[in-house]
Design a protein around this ligand. Structure first.
Ligand code: NAP
Length: 228
């Protein structure tokens, strides 16, 4: 599976405010860039924290991108994928509408009622992990559904876990020209934090866009990881 992480952050590394309210960090040029990344992938991944905070739709808006995908025999938008241990994704949320396929990755701890409600709403529920979604196992399940490339859009907990599981190939980050602050505000990578074996990145490109900058990195795979 090819995995790209893309997010927009303030210069102090925050994805949103301490109230976890969605915030406009980038601009129209960056939205277009993100649409091009979405055009290329089979699935767009967010955590349940992002679904609860933002009610995202995660659809490809760009008509040219939708056309390009149709011409290639692909669905007009990539699948929407939620990492959600307990199946708390609201079945009436925008991410479950019929504008694209929806996968909800849950753990064995997800109550049967929640799974049933999500299936009724048209989502495909995949189980990976005992009490928390095991990202490596979840990616293997998505592969068995025919997905070959993913764009992880956030939030900070999911991005950290993806780096921890050593599944990220590329990172793009838009750095907006603002300071958000707040020790409780989500950052690009939250989780427990690394004490050693920090993910190593190789800077591939720097581009000035809107009133900010896009940094693009290739991620070096951790040779000591048990998954390698
Ligand atoms: P998140 O990363 O979206 O979701 C985290 C939740 O996912 C966890 O609390 C956990 O809840 C679930 N989860 C299941 N398995 C997991 C695993 N293996 N690793 C990590 N989490 C797992 O939430 P967040 O960090 O609170 O981020 C949400 C904030 O980010 C919002 O404010 C949103 O606006 C912002 N955001 C910003 C951008 C940007 O580009 N600026 C992009 C996306 C989001 P359960 O235990 O209940 O499953």
């Amino acid at each position: 599976m090819d995995v790209v992480v893309n997010a927009a952050m303030s210069v102090d590394g925050k994805l949103s405010t301490r109230r976890r309210e969605q915030l406009k960090i980038s601009g129209s040029d960056d939205f277009e860039r993100v649409d091009r990344v979405r055009t290329a992938v089979d699935g767009v991944v967010v955590g349940i924290g992002t679904v609860m905070a933002d009610d995202p739709h995660l659809i490809l808006d760009d008509p040219a991108g939708r056309h390009e995908r149709r011409e290639a025999g692909r669905p007009p938008s990539p699948a929407r994928i939620v990492v959600d241990s307990r199946g708390r994704t609201p079945p009436d949320g925008r991410i479950c509408d019929d504008a694209a396929a929806t996968y909800v990755l849950v753990s064995e701890a997800a109550p049967a009622d929640n799974r049933t409600a999500l299936r009724k709403a048209g989502a495909t529920v995949l189980v990976a992990g005992e009490t928390r979604v095991d990202l490596e196992a979840a990616i293997a399940k998505l592969e068995s559904q025919g997905l070959e490339s993913l764009l992880i859009e956030g939030g900070g907990e999911i991005i950290y876990s993806a780096f921890e599981a050593d599944v990220v190939d590329e990172l793009s980050v838009f750095v907006g020209s603002l300071v958000i602050g707040g020790r409780q505000a989500p950052t690009l990578a939250d989780g427990e934090g690394f004490l050693e074996a920090f993910p190593q990145l190789s800077l591939r490109a720097v581009e000035r866009l809107d009133d900010g900058v896009v940094l693009q990195y290739t991620v070096s795979k951790n040779e000591t990881s048990p998954s390698n």
